[in-house]
Design a protein around this ligand. Structure first.
Ligand SMILES: *Cc1c(COP(=O)(O)O)cnc(C)c1O
Length: 425
């Protein structure tokens, strides 16, 4: 038995399912996870000494690649001053100023410890600000494991939500309305019926948690205008897309100002960080200025702030987004060529360094479309790529990430491997 298997066996005795977050258990591709020994740049080495080109990138944070020198140095420097104090430190101010200057719609921001905390707090704030209780979300959009957001109603029906998870009371879920992503008509109908009770619409502006797909022309603009019409707030959950598709996220690309924005992943530089921010008048409703309570013992932790700041500054210094676009385009072209030469035309989407591959020839606009992709083919693809030293996400419902540490050679090797795999499907 190899070391990963031994560790997984031990883990299963003392950790539910052997993992601290379910997707890591590889259930969506069958089999067992590998355990990581170390990671550097675009490569991960597992505990059995196998080296892999990584397209999971810590599920998003590792935009510079693994263990970037600048971030490690910033962490080393920060820990010399102590690990955290629960009292303000200068790094929090630097971080807030940096976020405000990068993300167009954010005037004030509060730091938290995860994306889940960010969305949970943003929803509470939206409800507190509007004095309304219903929220609208989209099927297949994931916003962390917040009770009221673990809801995704059945196939396109305009029904009240049923919880996706045991332990979420139906009464909570009933405050969450869900409609298919990219469906303006469904959104209009829900607003016509419940508009004056809807505190907020929360959306992943580019959905990345049911595979990766994109908004139809005008969809995000439509969400902005209908929420304004009904005095509801618009929340962009840019935990994944923020600082990734552009310095200012999807809102910068589309020139849309959401009222609130949720952030995470990249801004922690690999450490546990989230944030939510937006219009000053809304953010000022948070305690201690206003009546909406929100707090955190470890929030704004100085080591995490320095790690995140170092990552953001390095991205800017390297003109990272232009380079990521180059690498992304190279991967897209290579993957499409690999499909063509193997007689397939699967659906592939990309924005900058984010990509999604669906084993279907039909376009994907929403969760239902994504679910039509062939899961068995994905499974085969995943294990065959891994055999060739390439680690794609262990689930068809995840986004692929390229980092600044990926080289042209990495991408070319990946496309060559994909071509072989596509031919075998
Ligand atoms: C990852 C993610 C979250 C949750 O963040 P955690 O740090 O895992 O709690 C929320 N929203 C989106 C869009 C995400 O991708």
């Amino acid at each position: 038995m190899n070391r990963s298997s031994q560790l997984f066996k031990r883990a299963c005795q003392v950790i539910p399912g052997g993992v601290n977050s379910p997707v890591r258990a590889f259930r969506n591709v069958g089999g067992e996870p590998f355990f990581v020994q170390s990671a550097q740049g675009s490569h991960i080495t597992d505990v059995d000494g196998r080296e892999l080109i990584d397209y999971v990138g810590t599920w998003g944070p590792a935009i510079l690649g693994h263990a970037p020198q600048t971030v490690l140095q910033a962490v080393h420097q920060a820990i010399n001053h102590g690990l955290g104090f629960g009292i303000p430190t200068p790094a929090e101010v630097d971080m807030a100023e940096t976020i405000v200057s990068w993300v167009p719609s954010v005037q004030k921001v509060r730091m938290v410890n995860s994306g889940t905390e960010a969305t949970m707090s943003a929803i509470r704030l939206a409800r507190g600000y509007t004095h309304r209780s219903k929220i609208l979300k989209f099927e297949g959009c994931y916003h962390g494991h917040v009770d009221s957001l673990l809801v995704s109603a059945g196939s396109g029906a305009l029904t009240f939500g049923e919880p996706d998870s045991a332990g979420v009371p139906r009464e909570f879920a009933q405050l969450t309305l869900t409609v298919p992503y990219n469906d303006q008509e469904a959104v209009s109908q829900v607003f016509a019926q419940y508009g004056n009770d809807i505190a907020t619409v929360i959306v992943e502006p580019y959905p990345g948690n049911a595979g990766f797909y994109l908004p139809r022309n005008g969809f995000l603009e439509f969400l902005r205008s209908i929420t304004e019409q009904y005095d509801s707030l618009l929340i962009f959950d840019e935990v994944m897309t923020g600082f990734r598709v552009a310095p200012g996220g999807v809102q910068q690309i589309h020139g849309i100002s959401p009222d609130l924005t949720c952030m995470g992943k990249i801004i922690g530089g690999g450490l546990p960080v989230g944030a939510f921010g937006g219009r000053s008048d809304i953010m000022d409703c948070i305690s201690p200025l206003g009546p909406v309570y929100q707090a955190g013992t470890l929030s704004g932790n100085p080591v995490a702030m320095e790690a995140g700041l170092a990552q953001l500054h390095e991205l800017k210094r390297l003109d990272g987004y232009a380079r990521l676009e180059q690498l992304g385009a190279l991967l897209e072209e290579g993957m499409k060529q690999a499909m063509q030469s193997s007689g397939h035309s699967f659906t592939f989407y990309r924005s900058g360094s984010m990509f999604g591959l669906f084993f279907t020839e039909a376009p994907v606009y929403n969760l239902q479309d994504a679910l039509k992709a062939d899961k068995c083919l994905y499974k085969k693809y995943f294990w065959s790529m891994l055999e060739q030293g390439i680690y794609m996400a262990p689930s068809p419902f995840e986004t692929g990430f390229i980092s600044l540490a990926h080289t042209e050679e990495d991408i070319e090797a990946t496309c060559r491997a994909a071509e072989k795999v596509f031919k075998s499907l």
